[in-house]
Design a protein around this ligand. Structure first.
Ligand code: NAD
Length: 478
């Protein structure tokens, strides 16, 4: 692969698509070509292979870690466990992480990791061996550390894998005070943070809620404002998809379709997300759920059913020029990374649709990962030091107001006003603030530049400008 000119390469596809988006958005900026090239290129691509014991023999595992940009340190990005992983994909995902962090003002460079396995083919013990060995390989090359590169979960990995990484890193770096900041997405018991598990899906739901709150944009789409009663189809019932669906229904939307790899279900009156999730857990399939009015063996048919909003939250390249004409939604909100091809996006906008792009829509995960990293470096849970102080101050204020006015509040009113914020409340508030501010930052660029045709271009323009400033301030040395 030609790392410096990926768009010229036939076998690059996903990274090529990300670079095409970059090149397109770069036209609307004023930076010099060399600087743009520095921003776009992947700085470090580490491909490695290592053996594990399997049965009576060995098996060799292919793996990657890509650090796309060092304009901020550390770099940050999840580790994907999938037999579909390849170098092009890891590079694309690392690049998206760079732009994503810039968009939501998280001070990290972008990175991504990949382990080419289907986790279902390995025992828990084997997965632990693979994860620990992968971590050791990263340590050997200085590709992990709280100030170097900080992994997180992605497709096929979760809290369990992050615990193994944290333990391996801490064991190999005895006495390093900030060792647990070398990885995020850890369980709370291992100094993870409240709200991280659901952060990406919550962020997706907030992004959609913000998008549909703008009357001018909804009018153009022929939709009313607000989430109440909006029909939504979600693809993927994993971490991102499940929580996106859960919070969207909590915000008043109607989840009418759910798609998993074994098939899809639909009910125009709404599906009970939790009941579907439990049904799949019990039976191993989304199909056969009693509350569905329609079932599709081919999961892709599920994406084409009537709805207002489609949330692809499984994998990349799900919406292409082949199926975009059949998508009924007016808004596509990209929970997954890279689910829509550039050609499909152009066709969708031409037909009057709107796409909330991945690099913004799914940035809730990295935002809360940033909070977790801060917690790990400060070695104290958010709210622990100030909560009681806040409660006492609020109590004094309530007593004073009651004394002056002679009006006594109800016990419920008193406790609501007095209560100090928990870690979860602080995290959710920081996440909500980030998602809302970032949406309007992107939309401003979109509205103020008639040549910027999509929210993705606008998000990319904003990201390029921020990263360019960082590189310019850093200078070049030696
Ligand atoms: P996950 O492994 O928890 O869930 C993915 C789900 O998609 C699984 O339930 C899987 O069965 C389903 N799936 C796979 N192929 C499918 C298909 N063809 N049709 C329908 N469903 C299919 O993974 P995740 O963490 O939810 O990640 C999903 C996407 O979101 C990925 O693109 C990932 O890069 C992106 N993402 C994840 C996070 C995070 O915090 N986990 C953050 C940002 C972006």
């Amino acid at each position: 692969m030609n790392i410096n000119n990926p768009t010229a390469d036939q076998d690059t596809h996903f990274f090529g698509d990300v670079c095409k988006n970059f090149d397109h958005a770069a036209q609307f900026t004023k930076h010099d070509a060399g600087l743009l090239d520095q921003i776009k290129s992947c700085n470090s691509v580490y491909r490695f292979r290592f053996p594990i014991r399997k049965g009576n023999g060995f098996e060799v595992i292919d793996a990657w870690r890509v650090e796309h940009s060092h304009h901020q340190s550390p770099t940050k990005g999840g580790i994907r466990y999938s037999e579909m992983v390849n170098e092009d994909e890891v590079m694309a995902l690392a690049a998206l992480m760079t732009y994503k962090c810039a968009i939501v003002n998280v001070p990290f460079g972008g990175a991504k990791g990949g382990i080419k396995i289907n986790p279902k083919n390995y025992t828990v013990g084997e997965l632990e061996n693979i994860t620990r060995r992968y971590t050791v390989e990263l340590i050997k090359k200085n590709f992990i550390g709280p100030s170097i590169d900080v992994p997180a979960p992605d497709y096929g990995s979760g809290e369990r894998e992050m615990s193994w990484i944290a333990d391996t890193y801490a064991t190999m770096n005895p006495g390093q005070l900030d060792a647990l900041g070398a990885v995020t997405g850890k369980p709370i018991s291992l100094h993870g943070i409240a709200g991280r598990r659901e952060a990406t899906g919550r962020g997706v739901a907030i992004a959609i809620r913000e998008c549909v709150s703008v009357a001018e944009d909804m009018q153009k789409l022929g939709l009313t404002t607000g989430l109440s009663g909006k029909k939504v189809i979600v693809q993927g019932l994993g971490n991102v998809g499940y929580y996106s669906a859960k919070f969207l229904s909590e915000f008043g939307a109607l989840i009418v379709g759910l798609c998993e790899f074994e098939g899809a279900i639909y009910n125009e009156d709404g599906l009970d997300v939790e009941a579907v999730f439990q049904h799949r857990k019990a039976t191993g399939s989304i199909l056969g759920y009693a509350g569905a009015k329609k079932e599709f063996k081919n999961t892709m048919d599920g994406l084409e059913q009537p709805c207002d909003i489609l949330v692809p939250a499984a994998l990349e390249n799900q919406i292409t020029i082949q199926n975009i004409g059949s998508i009924k939604a007016k808004i596509i909100a990209e929970g997954a990374n890279g689910p829509t091809s550039p050609e499909a996006e152009a066709a969708f906008y031409k037909a009057g649709g709107m796409i909330i792009p991945d690099m913004y829509a799914n940035a809730g995960g990295v935002t809360v990962s940033y909070f977790e990293w801060l917690k790990n470096l400060s070695h104290v849970a958010f709210g622990r030091i100030n909560r009681r102080f806040e409660e006492n101050s609020n109590l004094n204020l309530v007593n004073m107001v009651e004394g002056i006015t002679g009006v006594a509040l109800t016990p419920l009113q008193r406790s609501t006003i007095i209560k100090g914020a928990s870690e979860l409340e602080l995290v959710n508030s920081g996440l909500e603030d980030t998602m809302i501010r970032s949406y309007h930052e992107i939309r401003e660029i979109y509205k103020n530049n008639p040549k910027v045709e999509t929210l993705r271009n606008a998000a990319m323009v904003g990201a390029i400008n921020k990263i360019a400033v960082s590189y310019q301030n850093l200078g070049v040395w030696p």
